[in-house]
Design a protein around this ligand. Structure first.
Ligand SMILES: [Zn+2]
Length: 351
């Protein structure tokens, strides 16, 4: 038999390509042009220095000058810490702190469990979400923070709990869903800076059927696939962020109409029909060229340290002409379209 073994073993070739990638690093924008943007942003471990700035759209953009929510606060814990997605615009982080206090006040355990916000410099992600790219989206678990704080390992391993009765079509479980769940979602929708709240269609329907409070806020609560074990809070572009592309406002009304009824038809759940004559198309992935130009500069910018960029952490003054995190947070607090008091920052635990 002819021996056509390749000159290099697959393992050696893999090693060489990894080494090459390491040599290229993040310095060469050219080398990154053909790479999926999610690979590039997914590798970045720290935010860029400088003023916070959401760039582009929720589902196509990136973020400069992110801050992280501390892993633990009096009324929150961040989950799945290994994913390193605790980063957001200061306006988002500030809202989450406020919301966590209000949630505890509603009787939602001892506060909230926070899922993904964004990667350190935002951008597309290797797993999960289409949005969450500009630091203005955050996921909240439909599981309250227990009185006994979760360890880091428990935060990796704890399973999600669906609010649906999976034995039925698109139906909320009456064993799991409580009036406090409803109040929690509507509390999130009540903040003026919140633009939309995404929940499963079954949850939206439950709210439509049962909510006796301000119905005008229901319009912000949008039905979407998934979102049965967590819900998703999206805030408006902060003021003074010209690079941030706003989303079209939600239609007037409570949304308990035919747009919701559509979800209870077969259409959204049918598998798309394949055209047998269609040519196979190469899967298209987002590259840096598809994102706003400023996102390449965000990738190339010097990194801020995690300690300096964690909200409420004691830190040493950053280098001249970089705004301090306090200045950034104060500026953002002034921008927040709300008269809510600024939450008390909490020190970041050392472990
Ligand atoms: Zn989400």
């Amino acid at each position: 038999m002819a021996n056509n073994r390749p000159f290099l073993s697959p393992r050696l070739r893999r090693t060489i390509s990894v080494l090459t990638a390491a040599l290229i690093g993040l310095g060469s924008i050219d080398a990154m042009a053909a790479e999926p943007a999610k690979q590039i942003f997914g590798k970045v471990t720290l935010p860029s220095e400088g003023a916070p700035s959401p760039i582009g759209f929720y589902a196509k953009g990136c973020m400069a000058g992110a801050v992280a929510i501390p892993t633990d606060g009096p009324t929150w814990q961040a989950m799945r810490l290994s994913r390193n997605r605790r980063w957001g615009n200061p306006a988002m982080i500030q809202l989450l702190e406020r919301f966590s206090q209000d949630a505890a006040g509603l009787g939602w355990g001892s506060g909230i469990l926070i899922g993904d916000i964004s990667q350190p410099r935002g951008g597309p992600m290797l797993t999960g979400h289409a949005s969450h790219q500009i630091g203005l989206d955050a996921d909240i678990w439909f599981t309250p923070k227990p009185a006994q704080p979760l360890t880091a390992q428990q935060r990796e391993d704890m399973p999600f709990t669906s609010m649906l009765d999976k034995s039925k079509f698109l139906t909320v479980s009456n064993q799991r869903w409580t009036p406090t769940h409803a109040r929690l979602v509507m509390q999130a929708a009540s903040y003026p800076q919140v633009e939309r709240v995404f929940v499963n269609p079954a949850i939206k329907k439950k709210l439509c059927d049962t909510w006796t409070g301000d119905r005008s806020l229901l319009g912000k609560v949008r039905p979407v696939y998934g979102h049965d074990e967590h819900f998703h809070i999206r805030i408006h572009c902060p003021e003074g962020a010209p690079g941030c592309k706003p989303q079209a406002p939600v239609a007037a009304g409570d949304g308990c109409d035919k747009s919701l009824a559509w979800w209870f038809t077969k259409e959204p759940w049918a598998t798309p029909k394949k055209d047998p004559n269609a040519k196979p198309v190469k899967p298209k992935f987002t590259t840096l060229a598809d994102l706003p130009k400023a996102c390449s500069a965000v990738l190339a910018a010097p990194a801020n340290s995690e300690a300096a960029a964690t909200y409420g952490t004691a830190y040493t003054a950053p280098a001249a002409n970089t705004p301090s995190i306090e200045a950034v947070i104060n500026a953002s607090a002034e921008q927040a379209a709300s008269d809510l008091p600024v939450p008390v920052p909490t020190p970041r635990p050392l472990d």
